[in-house]
Design a protein around this ligand. Sequence first.
Ligand code: DUC
Ligand code: ZN
Ligand code: ZN
Length: 472
Amino acid sequence: MPKESFDLVVRNAQIATASEQYRADIGIVGGKITQIGAQLGAGTHEIDASGRVVTPGGVDAHCHLDQPMEPPAKMADNFDSGTRSAACGGTTTVIPFAAQQKGQSLLAAVEDYHQRAAGMAHVDYAFHLIVSDPTPEVLNKELPALIAQGYTSFKIYMTYEDMKLDDIEILNVLAVARAHKALTMIHAENADCIEWLTRRLEAAGHTAPRFHAHSRPMLVEREATHRAISLAELVDTPILIVHVSGREAVEQIRWARAHGLNILAETCPQYLFLTADDLGLDDQYEGARCICSPPPRDRANQEVIWHALSDGLFAVFSSDHAPFTYEGSDGKHPDGSQASFRYIPNGIPGIETRMALLFSEGVLGGRITLEKFVELIATNPAKAYGLHPRKGSISIGADADLVIWEEGEFTITNQNLHHAVDYTPYEGMHLRAWPAITLSRGRVIWDGQFHPAREHGQFLPCDAPSIFARIG
Ligand code: DUC
Ligand code: ZN
Ligand code: ZN
């Protein structure tokens, strides 16, 4: 064996995958893992990981970066700041959304999104599509062509005037997904119920941020989740319900599973660590920071989500990073004012805090195993979106995307985060772990300091979701 056989060796790693934990060295050449074993030969560079857990780099399969918005809203993070923040929190692959506007060609939306990403990303990225206008051209030509080119997942909405599809349109999209082996992600909330409730709240003068939660009770999520499941059953195709918030939607998904339906589900940190109380009291406007949809629920629902994470109901844990500043008319103060909740952009930042929150409170808090953590934050998202085993695994031939964890006391403060948002919903929260080192294809991009790598992040065409061969 030559004296130096590796570009980099990570020594004495306590490796954690979705199925096991063991101690070994990890040898890396050309950005790939080429060997795993005891006492590997020397590397040009070496990192001593003694006593440290080493997991695959995170795959954040639901985040929004530089997504075109209806004015005045504008996302604070582009691919530069968004992937910087991702890297510093241990995420080495992001899958944001190329969003079609109504009347726009889907191909044009993808082209535009590539321009926004090119040369900007510090970590690798793939795209989901958002289908908001499923014309015959989109259904028969554009979507099949894009799926064949590696855009194998798309999100559709059951709410929002500018995005929502009716049931016929949803069925048409699901039929394309079935025919071409793509995965449809569904935002499940009943638009008409929300509109009806919103009008009543406004008529009563209830426009403060906290009423956002009143306009979107769990019932509206439950109804839409059940309808989405039924439509998927009718077409006989898998779907993934995104950002599930609490008991009522969870019950629908359990019901579907019990009936043998291939329904996948995702949840997010806001449903474990925030409640509707974070939307503020009385007329306080600060709660606008935590406006997202579906809204955070209550402590009992947080427990339901924890339980569903540990027992395998959820396949994926994503950030749903949707970055709007608190100050400014393009953020949570539309037109510079304290607006009715209806006009406040939906979404909260969380791309950097996703993994540490779940590692700290989930694994070190004794709620989920380390293997389950890896499955939720990396392996399953990579499988669901056709990136496995290149991403989401520590195995020979995989990309050397790794996180070396440090356990200790960490306090989340926005000052220490790397996004371009002026707040974090988790300000002041105490954590027990944070990534000490993040490697993206063998390159150190975070070691307590961020090491910019803007030309480094590559676009990843996705294979068919390996969901069709069952996740796990
Ligand atoms: N849905 C998302 O997935 N992200 C932000 C807002 C929303 O409604
Ligand atoms: Zn959504
Ligand atoms: Zn989202």
